[in-house]
Design a protein around this ligand. Structure first.
Ligand code: NAD
Length: 322
């Protein structure tokens, strides 16, 4: 039986990935500061631990671990990573986790380690035009991410790649683009745009108004969680290191995105544009490389994923109100 360690297993993507690995027949150990609050908790062994502590990292390898999935990070949506208030924590916490995990994986002879980078590492200067953002993998340099979160991701990509070159540690690196879906944070300040906008539409009356950060003309693409996990597994099974985009190419403006959610909700929703942290003006995944290397790319229409996510957040909002 293959064994896997999922770091950040109490989080959104880690929880879904853990389920997927269990369904594939893996023995899975999860580690996180906390349990998954939405019930994605079916690890064979779940360790509550802080990966900033190298002794915790070492203790996770008291049995043979074939594959490591490193998703733990100090992270959140625009309200968390673009205000500047958490920059030092984001850089210190996430970099320490990655320094510890790369070194522990080397010392413990791990066969393969996956690292979740982010589209936030792409340079801001290629994402100023909302209609034509450039996020092909080869456009990463000269580097100029628009947040410290993005700089840390870039540093950690390079960290894992240097462990690959110098120590032969097999690494796989993906740059995720806005992953969303059920069992993700939907309130509390760390939620991301898809969950926050679904929640706002759910809470609004038919014909009501919701607040949107910025003019709503900024563009993004959003990838449903199941396709993200599929991409991670395909990358891990391949003999290619990456880095590679795992994202959707269905780019929408935030205004169009709100209209889509309102349509799924069957509500008329008006928009009040207010000042708020926005990130870059435009961003879209470029899936040429993933298709070329893995013979696969995400294809699910945004609407399908939003319908499932909207229904799930609706249940959560109703349960919270009881
Ligand atoms: P998440 O916040 O739900 O999960 C991250 C988990 O890491 C959390 O459960 C958190 O408790 C845990 N963690 C943080 N510090 C820790 C520590 N010191 N020790 C142990 N655990 C710790 O985020 P997510 O959306 O599941 O993202 C997973 C990974 O994917 C992250 O590395 C993130 O940067 C990356 N990513 C996500 C997206 C996205 O759209 N969700 C986009 C790009 C990149």
């Amino acid at each position: 039986m293959k064994t896997a360690l999922v770091c950040g297993a109490g989080g959104f993507i880690g929880g879904h990935l853990m389920n997927r690995l269990k369904n594939e027949g893996y023995w899975v150990r999860g580690v996180d500061l906390k349990h998954n609050e939405f019930g994605n908790n079916n690890a064979d062994d779940f360790v509550i631990g802080d990966l900033r502590d190298p002794r915790v990292c070492e203790s996770l390898f008291d049995r043979q671990i074939d594959e490591v999935y490193q998703l733990a990070a100090d992270m959140g949506g625009a309200g968390y990573i673009f205000t500047g208030e958490h920059d030092a924590a984001v850089m210190h916490n996430s970099a320490t986790i990655n320094l510890n995990m790369a070194e522990t994986a080397r010392l413990k002879g791990v066969k393969k380690i996956f690292y979740s980078s982010s589209a936030c590492m792409y340079p801001e200067y290629n994402q100023l035009d909302p209609d034509n953002p450039k996020c092909s993998e080869d456009s990463a340099y000269p580097a100029m991410p628009d947040s410290e979160y993005g700089w840390e991701k870039l540093f950690s990509e390079r960290l894992y790649l240097s462990y690959y070159r110098n120590y032969g540690l097999e690494v796989r690196i993906a740059r995720f683009h806005n992953i969303f879906g059920p069992q993700g944070t939907w309130t509390g300040g760390r939620e991301k745009a898809p969950a926050a906008l679904c929640r706002k539409v759910i809470e609004a009356e038919n014909g009501g108004t919701i607040e949107i950060w910025g003019d709503g003309k900024q563009t993004r693409s959003f990838l449903y969680i199941d396709e993200c996990v599929e991409g991670v597994r395909r990358l891990m099974e391949s003999d290619w290191t990456g880095p590679v985009n795992i994202g959707s190419e269905e780019m929408v403006s935030i205004n169009e995105f709100v209209d889509l959610i309102a349509d799924v909700a069957n509500k008329e929703i008006h928009k009040n544009h207010i000042e708020g942290p926005e990130g870059v003006r435009g961003r879209n995944s470029d899936n040429k490389l993933i298709h070329e290397k893995l013979g696969w790319k995400p294809t699910q229409p945004l609407r399908e994923g939003i319908a499932k996510t909207y229904a799930w957040i609706g249940e959560e909002v109703a349960a919270a109100a009881e």
